[in-house]
Ligand binder design. Structure first.
Ligand code: FES
Ligand code: FES
Length: 172
């Protein structure tokens, strides 16, 4: 695994009263040594410290799923996760899914089925969908609805999202 040292952002050092922590985050196969405010969320660490803006900030309170990433193969709502608690865990974000210019099968299925309109929820939907299929919980529309219920789409692309997930789950 390669390693990149990332300097603290100015805002991370802005307040001397706020405890700073040094954390090594493993993200998409690369190890990053970071220093930030102990209260920084995993979402903000990814977006503001590592420039990985695929995971989106929708509600910032655990209600929409736009910020979903994976940690050790499990879905995580990264706006509610403290980055410091993810030291040493394997974090995967939507940026790592395509390989050699080829979309991940679920990304390709989303495109085929028009499973997005504005696209803001899409990275979170895709990360959740991958987990759902890996967990064997995409066997029916009812299951897909239930286990994707934490991912909100304000554009209402749900039927298309379900169709994309059904297709890939069927192949799996
Ligand atoms: Fe994390 Fe909405 S931004 S759940
Ligand atoms: Fe717009 Fe889902 S595609 S919020």
């Amino acid at each position: 695994m390669s390693r990149v040292d990332v300097p603290a952002s100015p805002s991370a050092d802005a307040s001397p009263e706020v405890p700073q922590v040094e954390v090594t985050l493993h993200v998409n196969g690369t190890s990053h040594r970071l220093r930030f405010d102990a209260r920084v969320t995993l979402l903000d660490a990814l977006r503001d410290h590592l420039g990985l803006t695929g995971a989106k900030k929708g509600c910032d309170q655990g209600a929409c799923g736009a910020c979903t990433v994976m940690a050790d193969g499990k879905r995580v709502v990264s706006c509610l996760a403290l980055a410091a608690q993810y030291e040493g865990r394997e974090i995967v974000t939507v940026e790592s899914l395509s390989e050699n210019g080829e979309l991940h099968p679920i990304q390709a299925a989303f495109a085929r089925h028009d499973a997005f309109q504005c696209g803001y929820c899409t990275p979170g939907q895709i990360m959740s969908a991958i987990s759902l299929i890996a967990e064997g919980r995409a066997g029916s529309d009812e299951d897909i609805c239930e286990f994707m219920s934490g991912n909100i789409c304000r554009c209402g692309a749900y039927p298309n999202i379900r169709a994309a997930i059904r297709e890939v789950a069927g192949e799996a």
